[in-house]
Design a protein around this ligand. Sequence first.
Ligand code: GAR
Length: 197
Amino acid sequence: MTIASKTRIAVLISGSGTNMVSLVKAGQQADCPYEVVLVLSNIEGAAGLDKARELGVEAVALPHRPYGKDRQTHEQAVDEVLRQHDVKLVVLAGYMRILTPWLVQAWKGRMLNIHPSLLPLYPGLDTHARALAAGDAEAGCTVHIVTEGMDEGPILGQARVPILSGDTPDILAERVKAAEHTLYPQVVAEFVTKAEA
Ligand code: GAR
């Protein structure tokens, strides 16, 4: 009997890494088609790095600051670490860097992102405040393939949550994040399964 090996993925983070934790935990289930083999952050001391280590995943900080304005050289260093770990798919989870076309091309069709809005609504920052200011009845999150346009790539999945009276951007962000934690592992698993087929 051959045991199918799991697809090796890396999760890139900049902060708390709650989505990363959901992805790692899902990947540790026996029937999940992927495993998180690396967590990488552009922020030294990002809270998510220790969370990853506690879950038994290698976690690397590769700060962008020493590279100044030279985004591509930082990305080349990131890319080298990804390749050293034989990563097949890169999953951005709160990685708050604008990518250059170089990195996007290097991982074309093999890099996913989650964004806290119902794209194409509200690309960019402050999504929850913008949804509230517009008087929207619902908000949500979107998983998409990364392309050169910001938050523009083909959509793989979305989850919706209601906007309730009394919501602040922070309250809404928490409700959306809870939806992200279910959506992202599901979409990554589906994507990996299709890619392997
Ligand atoms: C998530 O809500 C994610 O959608 C958002 O950052 C948060 C990261 O939270 N990403 C973006 O805004 C990207 N444009 P986490 O670190 O707790 O997973």
